[in-house]
Design a protein around this ligand. Structure first.
Ligand code: FPP
Length: 234
C-alpha cells in the first residue's frame, strides 16, 4: 500500500508538464481531443489537492509556442477546452480563493477566449488562497528573448534578480519541483531560467492517469532530497 502521507517539507511551487493526453486517447481508440478533455479533469483534481495541502504556487504547461503548429482541429479543441475551463470553473476558483493568472503570448488567441481569460484573471486577482499560473502559448526561449530585448533597449546591465523581474514569473518564486508525465525526460522549452535549481521528477504515467497516490509518492520523494543550490552541505 503506497503512502498518502503529507510530507513535512513541501515544495512552495510545483510546475507540471502535462504530457501524454494524445497517447491516453489513442490507447482507447479515441480522438486526441478526448485525451485533452480527460487531461483537464486531471488538472482540476491535482490542482485542488495541491492547494488543499498547502502548496501555494502551481504552474501548468497547457499550451506551448510549438503547440500552435499542431493540426488546426486539435488547436481549436484546445481553445474550446480553455474557454470551457475559464468559464465553468471560475466560480469554483473564486470560492476556493484561488488567484488565476497566465504566462505566454495570448495575443493571437481568438478574441472571445482572450476576453474570458482576462475576466478570470481580473476577478480572481485579489484571491489569496493559492496562485494557479497557466502557461498559454508559452515558450521559455521566447520569454528570455523578450526580457533580453527590453534590457538592451533600456541599456541596462542586469543582475539575476533584475533579469528575473523581466520574466512572466516576476512575482512568483522559482519552481521547487517540476513534474513531467508521459515518459519523456526533458523540459521542452519550459521555464528554463526559473528551473535552474528545481528538482525534476519524470514519470511514465500519462497525464490523464496521474492521480493523488502518485502525487504523494512524488512529494515524499521530493521531501527526502537534499537541495544544495550548488553549495556544500553545511
Ligand atoms: C501534451 O499531451 C498536452 C498538451 C499539449 C496540452 C495539455 C493541456 C491540457 C491538459 C488541458 C488544457 C488546459 C486548460 C487550461 C483547459 P500530448 O498531446 O503531447 O500527448 P502525447 O505526447 O501523448 O501525444
Amino acid at each position: 500500500m503506497k503512502s498518502e502521507k503529507i510530507p513535512q517539507n513541501l515544495p512552495r511551487h510545483i510546475a507540471f508538464i502535462m504530457d501524454g493526453n494524445g497517447r491516453w486517447a489513442k490507447k482507447r481508440f479515441l480522438p486526441r481531443k478526448a485525451g485533452h478533455r480527460e487531461g483537464v479533469k486531471t488538472m482540476r483534481r491535482i490542482v485542488d489537492e495541491c492547494f488543499k495541502i498547502g502548496i501555494p504556487y502551481l504552474t501548468v504547461y497547457a499550451f506551448s509556442t510549438e503547440n500552435k503548429n499542431r493540426p488546426q482541429d486539435e488547436v481549436k479543441a484546445l481553445f474550446n477546452l480553455m474557454e470551457e475551463y475559464f468559464t465553468e470553473f471560475l466560480n469554483e476558483l473564486l470560492e476556493k480563493n484561488i488567484c488565476v493568472r497566465t504566462m505566454g503570448d495570448t495575443s493571437y488567441f481568438p478574441e472571445t477566449l482572450r476576453n474570458i481569460i482576462a475576466d478570470a484573471i481580473e476577478k480572481s486577482a485579489s484571491c489569496t488562497g493559492g496562485t494557479l499560473n497557466i502557461a498559454l502559448n508559452y515558450g521559455s526561449r521566447d520569454e528570455i528573448l523578450r526580457a533580453v530585448n527590453v534590457a538592451v533597449k533600456n541599456g541596462a546591465v542586469l543582475d539575476s534578480d533584475a533579469f528575473s523581474r523581466l520574466l512572466y514569473t516576476s512575482d512568483l518564486p522559482d519552481p521547487d519541483l517540476v513534474v513531467r508525465t508521459g515518459g519523456e525526460s526533458r523540459l521542452s522549452n519550459f521555464m528554463l531560467y526559473q528551473c535552474a535549481y528545481s528538482e525534476l521528477f519524470f514519470t511514465k504515467t500519462l497525464w490523464p492517469d496521474f492521480n493523488k497516490t502518485l502525487l504523494y509518492e512524488i512529494l515524499n520523494d521530493y521531501s527526502a532530497r537534499e537541495r544544495r543550490f550548488g553549495k556544500v552541505k553545511p
